[in-house]
Design a protein around this ligand. Structure first.
Ligand code: HEM
Length: 326
């Protein structure tokens, strides 16, 4: 099991270099409560949030795929130690509900781990360096032994992103491995080893509108042409691990997920990364038009999709927001 280790390389700096990216330094750490969790871990919140995908497209159901610059596969992050602590904490309490893999996925996990580590070392040298079988990530290190029994989990501790692997089974792609400590309302145990059609089954309108395109896209994804896409949503409270949305309480938050999809050339598996950004909804008032556009997107959402997205549950809060920004 990877553990915190001695400090090495460059100290993880909140002020990232131009080469390392342009994320803003975090604001004051805030206390965050995780559903299913007794512990609280302070996660710094970038302010303002770096992505507001609803400004680019008002459509909730869209492919939204864009070419990904391979140098930005994983984006630089000033808050890595917090994610490390968050992941260890969630895994200790939820076990296989947030981390599991089929035995057959091991070669693909190894390939994903090797490629991600190579990317981190090459493209974020101020944060990552390697010493023997340890991958140092600023202030801490993870075990990067090639024979690690859980390579996807191990490398996931070096990044903020959740990591999932898809592999072909019959005509469809199936979820075969995951380190998923910050899911939105969905549960890994219900999706594991399921095909994309089943995974996206609960989303109203998905099967007809998007499923065939998603399947075609996955079949044709080329290792030289990775892509990124974004999802956005609202939730009460700031839980990164939001498996039980109905139990949420607290202020309204905007949740953005930056997702990437990459074909691993050796095994042919697809690596799906998900980086969650959460910020208090009212902080969007600092961005001209952001709340107005959000309300318009919510109003334009078909009824069934609005229920799926939880907008109905949040109707009172949204009404109050409308009074100010509508
Ligand atoms: C081209 C690729 C993909 C597209 C266009 C896509 C699109 C979407 C969209 C539009 C949603 C609804 C999100 C929302 O607005 O709340 C969604 C949900 C979801 N997606 Fe994907 N997705 C893709 C790939 C994947 C992959 C590779 C996985 C791997 C497991 C995945 C797992 C999920 C899950 C678990 C949900 C939530 C389903 C639920 O509510 O139970 N997606 N996806």
């Amino acid at each position: 099991m990877p553990t915190f280790a001695t400090r090495a390389c460059a100290v993880l700096s909140p002020m990232l270099s131009a080469r390392e990216g342009d994320l803003l330094p975090p604001t004051q750490p805030r206390r965050m409560r995780f559903n299913n969790c007794s512990a609280e871990i302070a996660i710094p919140v970038p302010s303002p949030i770096p992505y507001l995908p609803h400004l680019n497209s008002s459509q909730v159901l869209s492919m939204g795929l864009a070419p990904l610059d391979a140098h930005r596969w994983i984006e630089p992050d000033a808050t890595l130690p917090h994610w490390y602590a968050h992941k260890q904490d969630v895994r200790a309490r939820l076990g296989s509900r947030v981390c599991r893999a089929t035995p057959e996925s091991l070669p693909a996990q190894r390939e994903a781990s090797t490629l991600l580590a190579a990317h981190l070392l090459r493209d974020h040298p101020a944060t990552y360096c390697r010493a023997g079988t340890a991958l140092h990530c600023g202030d801490y290190a993870i075990d990067f032994d090639e024979q690690h029994p859980e390579p996807l989990w191990a490398i996931s501790l070096a990044v903020a992103d959740d990591l999932l692997l898809l592999q072909p089974r019959g005509d469809e792609y199936v979820l075969t491995a995951a380190s998923l400590c910050s899911p939105s309302h969905w549960r890994l145990e219900e999706k594991f080893e399921q095909p994309m059609s089943t995974i996206h089954g609960p989303i109203p309108g998905f099967t007809g509108a998007l499923q065939p395109r998603v399947e075609r896209f996955l079949q044709h994804l080329h290792s030289a042409r990775p892509v990124e896409r974004f999802n956005w949503g609202l939730q009460r409270g700031a839980a990164l691990c939001a498996r039980h949305a109905e139990a949420d309480e607290g202020a309204l938050h905007y949740r953005c997920e930056r997702q990437t999809l990459s074909r691993l050339p050796g095994t042919g598996a697809i690596l799906f990364t998900i980086r969650v950004y959460l910020c208090p909804l009212d902080s969007l008032s600092a961005v001209p038009g952001a709340l107005q556009t959000l309300l318009q997107a919510i109003d334009a959402c078909p009824p069934a999709l609005a229920v799926y997205k939880g907008f109905e549950r949040l109707a009172d809060d949204l009404e109050a927001l409308r009074g100010t920004y509508g």
